[in-house]
Write a protein that binds this ligand. Structure first.
Ligand SMILES: [Zn+2]
Length: 54
């Protein structure tokens, strides 16, 4: 199951969600739901070295 990095909710039915590799570590995949994007919720890569949105 793919869950939003901010809300921890599944994004399997979320057409507005995005997934991208962490720009810092390149190993983790960061997932953001459309809800988190609209609200501008903060997210942190599991590696702990990348925080967004920026
Ligand atoms: Zn990372």
């Amino acid at each position: 199951m793919t869950v939003c990095n901010s809300t921890k909710r599944s994004v399997s039915n979320d057409q507005g969600s995005v997934q991208f590799p962490c720009p810092k570590c390149g190993k983790q995949t960061i997932v953001r739901s459309s809800e988190a994007r609209k609200a501008g919720l903060k997210y942190t890569c599991p590696c702990g070295e990348f925080t967004g949105p920026n």
